[in-house]
Every structure is written in C-alpha cells, then in structure tokens.
Design a protein around this ligand. Sequence first.
Ligand SMILES: Nc1ncnc2c1ncn2[C@@H]1O[C@H](COP(=O)(O)OP(=O)(O)O)[C@@H](O)[C@H]1O
Ligand SMILES: [Mg+2]
Length: 374
Amino acid sequence: MTQTPASESTDSSQIDEIRAGYAFEGGVLKLGAAVVDGHAHADAPVQIPLSVLNRHGLVAGATGTGKTKTLQLMAEQLADQGVPVFLADMKGDLSGLATPGEGGDKITARAADVGMPWAATAYPTEFYTLGGKGTGIAIRATITGFGPTLLSKVLGLNDTQESSLGLIFHYADKNGLALLDLKDLRAVITHLTSDEGKADLKELGGLSSATAGVILRNLITFEDQGAGDFFGEPEFETGDLLRTAADGRGIISCLELPQVQDRPQLFSTFLMWLLADLFHDLPEEGDVDKPKLVFFFDEAHLLFDDASKAFLDAIEQTVRLIRSKGIGVFFVTQSPKDVPSGVLAQLGNRVQHALRAFTPDDAKALKQAIATYP
Ligand SMILES: Nc1ncnc2c1ncn2[C@@H]1O[C@H](COP(=O)(O)OP(=O)(O)O)[C@@H](O)[C@H]1O
Ligand SMILES: [Mg+2]
C-alpha cells in the first residue's frame, strides 16, 4: 500500500494528539491503542486513570462489538492493580474469569499490535447468586436490613404509604417481632388488618387499614415476581466485596444472574440494597488514587426496563452519592439511550464500541448516541 506524504503527516499529528490526550500519572486502565488508517499504534495507548473511575462510566455498543470483552479486560486490570471488582453477569458470559483463558494466534497477534502482551491468567474470583439459584453463594438481605424506605421504593409506594410502612416496621420492632423475610412482614400486616389486630392498629395511629391493605397487595405482587428468594438470613456482608487476595490482587466478585434474567425486579432490588448498604457503611474518601471497588453491570438495560420513577430516582441519587465513597459504577449496554438521563449525566467515563448504522433506526440511534457525549 502506498501512502501520500499528506496523509502520513495527518497520521502522525493525530497520533501525537491521542498520545498527549491519554497521558496520565499514576495507575491506569489500558483499553487499547490508537488505530489510525488501520494501523495500531502501541505507543499511543488509550487509557483511563484509576483516580477518575469513581466518576462512573458507560460502555456502549451494538451486540457483538466486544462490550463484555472490554468489561472483562477492565475487571482483570483492576484486579491486577489491587482494586476489587463486582460484576453482574446477566448472560453467564463471565464465568471464565476464574480459569486461565485460551489464547490463539489472532489474540496474541492483536494484543502485541496494541502493546498489551497477552498471557492466560486465572483471577481470584468469587461467585454469587441471587435467590439461591445456581452454584455460587446465595446473596440475601433481611427485611429489617433492607429498611422501610428502600422497600417502599421497590414496591412503588407513595409518600403516605411509605410512612405507613415505617409505622409497621416500628410496630414490629416495638413488639420484638423479627422481620427476616417477606413472609414475616406479610404476617405482621395481616395481623394489623385482622379483627384481633384492630386495637394494635388503632394504637399505632396514622396507619389506616385501607393503606395497610394496599401495602399487603403490593407485597404479594412483589413476592410473585420472585423477590421472596432474596429476603432472609443470613444477610450478606457487603464489606466482603472490598477484599483483596493474599497476593494483593483485588477479588473479582461475580454475581451470576442468568437464572433471574426474566425477573429484573429482583435484580434491581438487590442492586439498590447493595449500593445503599455500602454507602451506609463506608467512610467518605474525597479524592482517591484508585477506587475501593468498581461495579460493572453488563446488560444494564435490564436494570432500567420497566423500573418505576421512584426506583430510577433512587438509583440516580445513590450513583451520585456513592462516588464520594471511592466506588465507581460502570453500566454496559447497547445504547446510551438505555440509561435514564439522570444517571447518564453522571457517567464521566465513556467507552463507545463500533458505531454503526445499517438502518434508518440505527442512524437515528447513532445521532442520539453521539449527542450524549460532551
Ligand atoms: N478485541 C477483540 N478482538 C477479537 N475478538 C473480540 C474482541 N472483543 C470481542 N471479541 C469477540 O467478539 C465476540 C463478541 O464479543 P462480546 O464482548 O461478547 O460482545 P458484546 O458484549 O458487545 O455483545 C466474542 O466472541 C469475543 O470473543
Ligand atoms: Mg455482552
């Protein structure tokens, strides 16, 4: 192939620009190298400093463009640099992390091209499941640990109903009734709305039997969606996610979700609790050299599909606040449009895979995707 001198000079000035733009001090996540006119330039790496990972991020691109691979690459580099990682694996794509990969000529050649030599490595990985399905450790929370505020959000309760739920928790607490699973909570509400419970209900004040009835019905719907599996003892210790292995590498905690793919509510409920619990337990960090934990939600659209306004607001707020605790959250999804704008606005790091437009709809989506970049 012959190149005109003119194109060669654009080439090198573009490379210089990329090199300068991605030059950082301190630890970095290496994503690849600049490719100009089909040539990979290993000396112009494309990378993100670890110190900004708590500004959260988005990995977007059509199916098959390598998002899940990117996620895996980022997770492994973080682990190598002592940062624990949490991966929500919707499709069962990530379970290979625990065993060394298999290379192949293409992979080794490409890796050398972009200056990221490839070696098969197994990572310190822990597997978890929701609701006891699958082989990992079951993650559960108690109703008490969950609390009335968060429960109201996931049940889609209004303010009046939320304060009523607060009264129900108060009643249970005062009477020494343990609220471990949904059944326990249902029993308390059923009692308060029964003939024998009338006096207790009256004494509580501010809780109408009609509102208690509404809460009870919402609770039953919630349980029908499979949420019951998530509540109970022993409650998961979220601090376990912050551990490092004996060799100093960050532990990769992988939550396997293929079995609950059709129950996004269970998954989103869990996420809300996890972030809220971490937020509650962790100290303020200010600026960090590297994050204390990075979350990756693959197939993140499942998280937001059909979610209530209250739930979206809660996610938005939690994502905003958790940053100061040194925690980064990355959403991985096909299009930035899959992420609600209030959340999207807080995702400071962006990795966009192959933007393509085959159909008029694609073209429209492409324009919208581009419009979300600063
Ligand atoms: N950088 C890459 N070089 C070569 N093959 C890749 C690369 N990234 C991904 N692949 C392959 O492309 C396929 C799709 O990748 P995947 O990460 O599952 O895409 P997505 O999650 O966007 O649907 C997989 O078989 C993967 O191994
Ligand atoms: Mg994928």
